[in-house]
Design a protein around this ligand. Structure first.
Ligand code: UDP
Length: 426
C-alpha cells in the first residue's frame, strides 16, 4: 500500500520530552517504520517548525518524512496550530500530485482535519483516498480533567467529533477510548483497536543500568506537564519516608540545567523542598531514546501517575525492561498494566496508594522480579511494533473494503483481555 501519515505537531524526527513531544512522536515514527518493514511505501507529513529542516528526509528505504510549510517555521504550541491545517492539507495534496496514496492516516484531531481536507481535494480530481484516524488524545477527556486549564481551541470538541464521524476508519489505542468515541457519535462499526507498541529490541531486561545514588530507586518518565502527575510521585516519596529511596523524574525540554526555565520543573523542585525530600528527588531532564533503557533498568519500579492517560507508552517501555509498573488505573493503563501480575494499579490521584505500592514492591524482591518478568513476557506477546503494524494494516484493509484472508473483520487482538489466552496473562 501507499500510506500517507499526517502528524502536524509530532514529528517522528523530534527530540522527546518537551511539552508537545512524547508518545505521538514515538507512535508515528515506530508504526511508520514497522509498516515500511512490511513492504509498504510510507510518507509522514509534518509541519516545518525550523527553517533549517530539509524538505524531505528518507529514514528508511520505504519511509520518508516530508516537512510542509504551514504556519511559522518555528515551534508553535499545538493549541495554536488550527489556523494552519488548510495550508498543511494543500501542501500534502501538492506533494501527492497525480500519485495519490491508498490511505491517509491522521494522528491527533488536527491532522485528521488536514487528512480529510486532502482526501476531499483528491476526490474532486476523481481519486479515492481512504481516511484513517487515530486521535491519541480526546478533547472531551481533556476538558473533563483539565476544565478551565484546557487551552485547546474552542472548536476542538465539535471538529474532533466531525473527524471521527467522517473518517473511513478510526483506530482507537485502548478499550476506554472506544467508549469515549461511541459517546461522540462515532459509528462503532468503523472503530477498531490497535494499541501503541514498544521497540522490543531496544527496551530489553538485559543491558547496562544507570548507577543509582541510593539503595532503591523509583522513576517517573514523561513530558513535564501537570497532568502527568509527577507531583504525586514526589508526595508518595515523602509519605514513604525512607531515606534509602530516591525518585528520578525524566522529561522536560532539555538537560537538567536547562530545566531552570521550565515552570513545571520549578514547581516540582519547590514541592520536593517543601516536603523535605529535595535531596532525594533528581530531575534528570530530557533523556534520549538510546539512553532510556539503561535509565529504566536502574529502577525498582516505574511510577506512572497521570490524572488520565489516552494510552501511555512509558509503562510498556518499563515492562519491556522487566521493571514492575505502579500505574494509576486510568485510560490505556487499564489495558497494558495487569494489576498484581505485571505491576500494581492505584486509584488515580492518590499519593498514599502509590506510597503503599512502592513499599510493597520494595518489601518483596522476589515478587518484584516476577512482576517484571511477567511484564516483559506480556510486551513480547502483545506490544511489538510489528504486531501493532499488522493490526493497523487490517484497519487500512477494512477501510479499503478489502477482505482479510481468514479474518472475519478487524482484529481487536492486542487490547483484548485474558480470554484469548485462556486466562493466562502474557
Ligand atoms: N520520552 C523520552 N525522553 C524523555 C521523556 C519522554 O524519550 O525525556 C519518551 C518516553 O520514553 C515515551 C514517550 O516519550 O516513549 C512518552 O510517551 P507516553 O505515551 O508515555 O506519553 P505522552 O507523551 O504521549 O503523553
Amino acid at each position: 500500500m501507499r500510506i500517507s501519515m499526517v502528524s502536524e505537531h509530532a514529528s517522528p524526527l523530534a527530540a522527546l520530552g518537551g511539552v508537545d513531544a512524547g508518545g505521538q512522536n514515538v507512535h508515528v515514527a515506530e508504526l511508520s517504520l514497522a509498516l515500511a518493514r512490511r513492504g509498504h511505501d510510507v510518507t509522514v507529513y509534518t509541519r516545518r517548525d525550523d527553517p533549517a529542516l530539509p524538505a524531505r528526509v528518507r529514514t528508511d528505504p520505504g519511509l520518508e518524512v516530508v516537512h510542509i510549510d504551514a504556519g511559522p517555521a518555528r515551534v508553535v504550541s499545538k493549541d495554536l496550530l488550527l489556523p494552519y491545517m488548510d495550508a498543511l492539507a494543500d501542501g500534502i495534496v501538492a506533494d501527492w500530485g497525480e500519485d495519490t496514496p491508498d490511505v491517509v492516516h491522521g494522528h491527533f484531531w488536527m491532522s485528521g482535519l488536514a487528512a480529510l481536507n486532502a482526501a476531499r481535494q483528491a476526490e474532486c480530481s476523481g481519486r479515492v483516498v481512504k481516511v484513517i484516524q487515530t486521535f491519541h488524545a480526546l478533547g472531551t477527556v481533556k476538558r473533563r480533567h483539565q476544565g478551565a486549564e484546557d487551552t485547546s481551541p474552542a472548536e476542538r470538541l465539535a471538529l474532533e467529533a466531525m473527524v471521527g464521524r467522517s473518517a473511513d476508519h478510526v483506530v482507537a489505542t485502548c478499550s476506554d477510548e472506544v467508549l469515549e468515541l461511541a459517546a461522540m457519535g462515532v459509528p462503532q462499526g468503523s472503530v477498531s483497536i490497535a494499541p501503541c507498541g514498544v521497540d522490543v529490541d531496544l527496551f530489553t531486561p538485559s543491558g547496562p543500568a544507570q548507577e543509582r545514588g541510593r539503595a532503591h530507586r523509583i522513576i517517573s518518565v514523561g513530558r513535564l506537564v501537570p497532568r502527568k502527575g509527577m507531583d504525586l510521585a514526589i508526595h508518595a516519596l515523602a509519605e514513604l519516608d525512607r531515606s534509602d529511596v530516591e525518585l528520578v523524574v525524566v522529561g522536560g525540554a532539555g538537560n537538567s540545567s536547562d530545566l531552570q526555565g521550565d515552570p513545571e520543573a520549578q514547581r516540582l523542585r519547590a514541592l520536593a523542598a517543601q516536603l523535605g525530600v529535595a535531596d532525594r528527588v533528581i530531575l534528570l531532564g530530557q533523556v534520549s531514546r538510546a539512553r532510556m533503557p539503561a535509565v529504566l533498568r536502574s529502577a525498582d519500579a516505574v511510577v506512572c501517575a497521570p490524572w488520565y492517560e489516552p494510552f501511555g507508552i512509558v509503562p510498556l517501555e518499563a515492562m519491556a525492561c522487566g521493571v514492575p509498573v505502579i500505574a494509576a488505573a486510568v485510560g490505556g493503563l487499564l489495558d497494558t498494566v495487569v494489576d498484581g501480575t505485571t505491576g500494581l494499579h492505584t486509584p488515580p490521584q492518590n499519593a498514599g496508594a502509590i506510597a503503599a505500592a512502592i513499599a510493597a514492591v520494595l518489601a518483596d524482591p522476589v515478587r518484584a522480579r516476577e512482576l517484571g518478568e511477567n511484564g516483559h513476557r506480556r510486551v513480547l506477546a502483545r506490544y511489538s511494533w510489528d504486531r501493532i503494524a499488522a493490526d493497523t494494516e487490517m484497519a487500512y484493509l477494512a477501510a479499503l473494503g478489502t477482505a482479510v484472508p481468514g479474518s472475519a473483520g478487524v482484529r481487536r487482538s492486542a487490547a483484548r483481555p485474558l480470554e484469548s489466552t485462556g486466562g493466562r496473562v502474557l
